[in-house]
Design a protein around this ligand. Structure first.
Ligand SMILES: Nc1ncnc2c1ncn2[C@@H]1O[C@H](COP(=O)(O)OP(=O)(O)OP(=O)(O)O)[C@@H](O)[C@H]1O
Ligand SMILES: O=c1ccn([C@@H]2O[C@H](COP(=O)(O)O)[C@@H](O)[C@H]2O)c(=O)[nH]1
Length: 236
């Protein structure tokens, strides 16, 4: 039995690369979509925000010397590409998804209109929120917190490359220890980089809990949705 009726799933853009150096790995995106299908099949309403780190980030190497806002708009466009790929893969897997963009690009995807998004969710369609918040100097983690609050999600699920929140970046520090749960205040005070502080602060203020877990661990998403012990819970 699912423990939640409506969730906001933040999917790592970087994880989409799989073992490739760049872009979207076909087998990886199909695997991710099948994980999502396991929870939509149980009647859970799912909205998705996907990152753009597999293509472009405003603050990454490829943007050195660029105007920051311009680079950030490129990053937002990268998330539109990932959103289109995700929705199309969902279609191929027999699901119905709608992409809604925070920036105007109407020949490609429909604009984000909150009541329309709520209608799609009530109809059982997956809604993919593209282009982050629509503003430079933000991230898709903050977009996940924002849209999660707007649609009344009960939980934000951050599906990423690591299996929870650690005392330090586990990709860099082999001695890092994983938290089972941690408060927003502690995550912000310790400057834990798994999500940005803006996203943590927004979720804290809206009392919207976050689960951080690995997108590479088969069945982990379904276990989180069932309320089982998986990943790290960040809470008020
Ligand atoms: N304290 C920490 N605990 C867990 N992970 C951490 C921590 N500090 C840094 N990280 C790193 O943060 C990464 C997740 O953050 P980030 O949002 O950059 O990734 P993502 O979700 O894969 O990105 P995107 O969707 O932007 O492509 C992890 O892969 C991990 O290496
Ligand atoms: O609200 C937003 C969301 C994203 N951006 C830019 O896009 C890239 C990719 O997003 P990630 O969250 O890093 O995956 C990000 O680096 C920003 O450059 C944005 O400007 N505003």
């Amino acid at each position: 039995m699912p423990a939640y009726k409506r969730i906001l799933l933040k999917l790592s853009g970087e994880a989409l690369m799989g073992d490739d150096a760049y872009g979207i790995n076909r087998a990886t995106i199909v695997r991710m979509v099948r994980e999502v299908r396991q929870v939509t099949d149980q009647g859970v309403e799912v909205a998705v925000v996907i990152g753009g780190g597999n293509i472009f980030r405003g603050v990454a190497g490829g943007s050195v010397g660029m105007d920051r806002a311009t680079a950030d708009y490129m990053g937002m466009l990268a998330t539109v590409m990932n959103s289109l790929a995700l929705a199309d893969t969902m279609r191929q897997e027999g699901m119905t998804a709608r992409v809604m963009s925070a920036i105007s690009i109407e020949q490609v995807v429909e604009p984000y209109v909150r009541p329309k998004a709520l209608q799609y969710l009530e109809e059982g369609k997956v809604v993919v929120f593209a282009a982050g918040t629509g503003n430079p100097f933000f991230t898709t983690d903050t977009a996940a917190a924002l849209r999660g609050a707007e649609i009344g999600a009960e939980l934000v699920l951050k599906a990423t490359k690591v299996d929870g929140v650690y005392t330090a970046d586990p990709a860099k520090d082999p001695d890092a220890k994983r938290y089972e749960n941690i408060t927003f205040d502690e995550a912000i005070a310790r400057n834990l980089q798994v999500m940005d502080a803006t996203a943590f602060a927004l979720c804290r203020d809206q009392k919207l809990p976050i689960k951080v877990f690995s997108i590479f661990k088969p069945g982990a998403l379904e276990r989180v949705v069932r309320g089982e012990n998986e990943g790290t819970l960040v809470h008020v």
